[in-house]
Design a protein around this ligand. Structure first.
Ligand code: NAD
Ligand code: SER
Length: 314
């Protein structure tokens, strides 16, 4: 049996912190090496090894992979949709080159498995708005979405041509209370809980009726690990799997919060992120993930809201 040694790149980010902690629980603290350009996140301190690493520096990345005897890589470093529109060149460069560096090293070093997330942002205005299927018209209009679309096909290419076992999920907007989100269009759905508790008021940068696919972080972490643990024979999609749990609008999440904080009020000042949100589907059909490797979500808006508020109050 292989003794797993896992490298998480982008471990100080919104997903990275929780995924690193979950992997450490499964594989042992010392077998999961966290890495990031940023300082180590406070929540990771003392829980296992951390290296400061720029994923764009392929040589240094390669050295770390060999030195640490890495068998699996989780690549989470990226620039997300809203920040990407402010600096398209940087977003394209980081999102593409980081993936190519990792895939190339995985091929050379015979890395056993690679994980790289895609996003609902691969879809564009011509994709179906409701229950957007796994295979459909995909014409993204953001640089982030273009990079995810190209990335999905690089993953498929490395699997087909070099047998690199790379697996991927198209995450919806992710909501969490541990580590802050890093510049996405769906970040409002995290900010709103903080502002509801602190200010009893939130001004949303999207219109009240903007529906988007969303997911609570515990579901996203579990989906990631279940996909990575699934037998290779069950993985029929080598680009990236649609993944879904809930879909709501700012008005609906506001109403869910009001059940716990009756004095909470909302205002709306849509900005440039509105057109990004409008280009994405409102809900996702993830039946292929459910059939292939048994995906099943646990959290809906009500259950997530209760858990978010309880944990943020702590
Ligand atoms: P994040 O911005 O919170 O974290 C990304 C981390 O990568 C940061 O800690 C950052 O310091 C690090 N990083 C940036 N450049 C780096 C570099 N050159 N070298 C090493 N590290 C670097 O992002 P996240 O929300 O955790 O997203 C992780 C992945 O999941 C990304 O690929 C993102 O596109 C994808 N995703 C996220 C969401 C979401 O809602 N959070 C939804 C869909 C897809
Ligand atoms: N949450 C992400 C974003 O808004 C979706 O990939 O950019």
């Amino acid at each position: 049996m292989i003794r797993e040694r896992i490298l998480v790149i982008g471990a100080s980010g919104q997903i990275g912190v929780e995924l690193t902690l979950a992997l450490r629980k499964m594989y042992g603290n010392n077998n999961v090496v966290a890495s990031d350009l940023r300082e180590e996140n406070e929540l990771l301190k003392g829980t296992g090894p951390y290296v400061s690493l720029d994923v764009m520096n392929k040589e240094m990345l390669h050295v770390q992979v060999i030195r640490q005897n890495i068998t699996q890589i989780y690549l989470l470093a990226a620039i997300l949709s809203a920040t990407g529109e402010k600096n398209p060149n940087l977003a394209w460069h980081l999102n593409m080159q980081s993936l190519l560096n990792v895939l190339d090293i995985a091929r050379e070093e015979k890395i056993y498995k690679v994980y790289w997330p895609s996003s609902i942002a691969v879809f564009g205005p011509t994709s179906p708005k409701q229950n957007c299927p796994q295979q459909t018209i995909i014409e993204p209009t953001t640089v982030y979405g273009i990079s995810k679309y190209a990335g999905e096909f690089w993953c498929n290419y490395y699997y087909q041509r070099y047998q690199v076992d790379v697996r991927s999920l198209r995450y919806p907007g992710l909501i969490s209370y541990k580590s802050a989100p890093g510049g996405g269009t769906t970040d409002y759905a995290v900010e709103i809980y903080h502002e509801a508790l602190e200010e009893k008021q939130y001004t949303c940068f999207l219109k009240e009726d903007t529906y988007l696919p969303m997911m609570y972080m515990p579901d996203a972490i579990r989906a990631t690990i279940e996909l990575m643990e699934a037998p290779a024979a069950n993985i029929s999609i080598r680009t990236s799997y649609n993944l879904s749990s809930m879909s709501f609008s700012p008005k609906e999440i506001g109403a869910a919060i009001k059940n716990y904080i009756p004095e909470f009020t909302m205002a709306y000042e849509p900005d440039y992120r509105q057109s990004i949100a409008d280009s994405w589907p409102q809900s996702i059909d993830d039946s292929v993930a459910r059939n292939d490797w048994g995906w099943k979500h646990e959290y809906d808006l009500e259950r997530m809201t209760k858990d978010m508020l309880e944990n943020l109050r702590k």
